[in-house]
Design a protein around this ligand. Sequence first.
Ligand code: SF4
Length: 114
Amino acid sequence: MSDIEDVTFKLIHSHPEGVLQSELWKLLKIDSRKCSRVVKKMLDADRINRVEYKKNGVKTFLLKAKKIAVDPNLLIAGDELIPCINCEEECSVEDCPHLMDWMYQLAIEEFEKE
Ligand code: SF4
């Protein structure tokens, strides 16, 4: 993926409600034709969805990033599933003891593989 495609995907991905194509090129500070080419590449790569949208009577497209499947192996350390899956606690990632324990287990497992 080129730099402009990467930046475009990140921008679309950061807007879960979607980004209008008629505004995307302005946000990216590129011309609309180049924006159309970038959008087409991402559609061809199946990274985004595009649906018709009318704003003030003018037709454009609403672009949304597709969800990327996560490798389930990345969610498991030993026999332990990442604790965030079922967590109902107030989240504080930086000092979460559950997550820290899980990461230690992951590190130990990696060390034992070597
Ligand atoms: S980081 Fe800790 S508190 Fe936050 S969701 Fe994961 S387990 Fe829960």
